[in-house]
Design a protein around this ligand. Sequence first.
Ligand code: BGC
Length: 348
Amino acid sequence: MKKLVSILLVLALCLSATAAMAAGKVGVAMPTESLQRWNQDGANMKAQLEAAGYEVDLQYANNDVALQVSQLENMILGGAQVLVVASIDGGALDTVLAQAKEAGIPVIAYDRLLTGTKNVDYYTTFDNYGVGTIQGTYVKEKLDLDNAEGPFTIEFTAGSPDDNNALLFFQGAYDVLAPYIEAGKLVVKSGQTTFEQCATPAWKSETAQARMDNILTANYSDGTKLDVALCSNDSTALGVTNSLISFGLTADEMPIITGQDCDKPNTKNMIAGLQSMSVFKDTRVLAEQTVKMVGDLLEGKTPETNATYANGVMDVPSYNCTPLFADVNNYAELLLDSGYYTAEDLAN
Ligand code: BGC
């Protein structure tokens, strides 16, 4: 009996020593609390890292690049052993990332690519071009562009120019629809077809709304119907929807409106018939993949990757999670049955 107790004791000691060795401090830098998904990303990362035994320093930077830089500096000084960074401006962090490299701290770009730097080790994200493909393909199929005569009208609203994802979302969608635009089956009445013309700095709903107000007044006041508002994500879709509502459209008259993230207000809009679709990117899955990567790095293993993203200086080894199409027909299964939201979250 005594022997058994001492064997168990030694075993317990070994196990806790391994746990202590594997555990470490992880700095998690998030861009802002003002857009819903980052709150979920932050909460998931913190919960999953803590469950795996890590100490977590989670910071939100209020969309302020200088603040994010100083938060990262503090994480480095505070003894973080890995940095997980969802940037505000992906191209603005090279100097602070060089400090991390100098201190031997690996850096994982989270969801948004860190660009123009060699001081990034890995990238976890969703297939960003694929998100745009899902949106473009939805429009193509909904309007039956290969068979319908058209022409249909479309306006594009893209994301923030300092976010590498924004260009990929736009390109993914545009590449599906470009042949129909070139053939005259889809008409962009505003003439705004480049990413730069359609971009929404900081992904702000208000900015997307103001831009769409101008487009509607200038091009659709004569009664021309807008058939499609291709919006890269939910925060821009929300602004565009509000603009269309104040232009006088009812739910029945709404164009096809695309989005991404399945934010709560947008999911409610899908249920109410105000937004056509969204793209679900399960932040729990991204957190899980990132936590796995953190663990591998701290244990000296090579993390699993399935993609690379060129950041202007290097090809960053990356892990792409899979984005999923969402609309009024499958939101319950995707969002409620999976426990992502509660029914109250989506109640009015
Ligand atoms: C994310 C999107 C999000 C957008 C605005 C992008 O980098 O990939 O999911 O909608 O930022 O927060």
